[in-house]
Design a protein around this ligand. Structure first.
Ligand code: FEO
Length: 403
């Protein structure tokens, strides 16, 4: 989507799609690209809310200039300094001379070191408002969502919350900006992947931010990535409340590592047990093929996480170790866990998964299952029992599936 899009009178989306960058933060895959959202607010005075990464700079500037129609850009609100939102900040300053940057004390500190901004910046206080004439902007600090300087800007007259990373999603905008004109199910998956991988570690701060913003009469949520949410903003806020409290949906994330197919066979038996137990909501991932970001997303989504790994170098398989490390780094809590795996001449894999259970506080729902080299019929039956146990725990809490 290259064109400017009107959100309400006097407010336009002027962001950019990025379909060339493969890895967000040079780490997280972008199979559907990503959008950097920026918004132009025009009253008697004009303000740009955030900018974009350096990619697509010229079309972005053209859009802003065309909408301004020769008017001056008075303010640039920096909700977040991370380069995906401030990448072309100095270009904006050059193209729109005299533009005043608005940010908080931390914003000033970060901009000095990241973009060498030494002047032209006004520090705003938490809760301060700015009357543009027809549009009043309120600035609300939401630290650690997702950097210490992050703030959300609220436009009072139309109830538009420029929420920055909060409520954002991976994925470019495929011709539609609003949630009521796109495939929201696909967007929700990429929203959760963004949350789990980028914001999730700071879930306690997200809870605080949601409490802080709760009094605002939000009618439209305009984040810095992905769709603009206008159909039912309360539902979107509730989604964030659940994710930030590590509340899960019924279902299973089943992630496994396998070198010679033995743990894979065990995984197949676990999956058979799940299906036999009536559980249909299952996401299976091979850690050697799927990217960790998708596994973290599904672990954040589902109540049960089942992990299978062989021993490797007398330790956990390195890629499974990476996944477990990611779970711990991101602070995912309150999951039900099942573990299984194999060893040949030394153990280590399953033992490491049990140690992870102890550290994470996740509840082990069944005894670990371990095979020596090839899983025997008995071991495979134990794997099926693990799957049935997981299904039973989910059924106990939610009742049988009706579809
Ligand atoms: Fe979208 Fe924290 O940057």
């Amino acid at each position: 989507m290259d064109c400017a899009v009107k959100i309400v009178d006097g407010i336009h989306w002027v962001g950019a799609n990025d379909r060339e960058t493969d890895l967000f933060e040079n780490m997280w895959p972008l199979p559907k690209g990503v959008a950097y959202n920026s918004y132009l607010v025009q009253g008697q005075k004009t303000a740009l809310i955030d900018t974009i990464k350096t990619v697509s700079g010229p079309p972005f500037l053209l859009k802003v200039r065309e909408l301004l129609g020769g008017r001056k850009l008075d303010y640039l609100v920096v909700n977040h300094v991370e380069p995906d939102h401030s990448g072309i900040l100095n270009v904006v300053r050059e193209v729109f001379p005299g533009v005043e940057i608005l940010g908080n004390k931390k914003t000033a500190e970060f901009l000095l070191h990241l973009h060498q901004v030494k002047d032209g910046l006004r520090v705003v206080a938490d809760g301060e408002t700015l009357d543009l004439g027809g549009h009043t902007l309120g600035f609300h600090l939401v630290p650690m969502v997702h950097w210490p300087e992050t703030m959300a800007t609220f436009e009072h007259e139309h109830g538009v919350l420029f929420s920055c990373d909060a409520f954002g999603a991976f994925g470019a905008l495929d011709g539609g900006l609003f949630d009521d004109e796109i495939d929201v199910d696909a967007a929700e998956g990429e929203m959760l992947r963004y949350y789990a991988n980028i914001v999730g570690r700071y879930s306690v701060m997200v809870q605080k931010a949601l409490q802080k913003l709760a009094g605002l009469p939000v009618r439209i949520i305009a984040p810095s990535h992905g769709p603009v949410w206008r159909r039912d903003p309360a539902k979107v806020i509730e989604r964030y409340r659940r994710w930030s409290h590590w509340e899960a949906e019924p279902g299973v994330a089943l992630c496994y590592a396998s070198m010679y197919g033995n743990v894979r066979k065990m995984m197949e038996a676990v999956a058979e047990g799940l299906m036999a137990g009536g559980e249909r909501r299952l996401a299976v991932h091979d850690v050697s093929r799927a990217h960790l970001s998708f596994m973290l997303r599904d672990a954040w989504r589902y109540q049960v996480v089942l992990l299978g790994s062989p021993a490797y170098d007398t330790l956990l398989h390195p890629l499974m170790a990476h996944l477990v490390d990611l779970f711990e780094r991101k602070g995912l809590k309150n999951r039900l866990l099942g573990v299984f795996g194999s060893y040949g001449w030394s153990g280590g894999g399953v033992r490491a998964l049990e140690e992870f259970a102890g550290r994470s506080g996740w509840e082990l729902i069944a005894p670990p299952v371990e095979a020596r080299f090839q899983p025997t019929g008995e071991v495979l039956e134990a794997c099926r029992a693990l799957g049935r146990a997981a299904a039973a725990r989910l059924r106990a809490q939610t009742g049988p599936l009706t579809h």
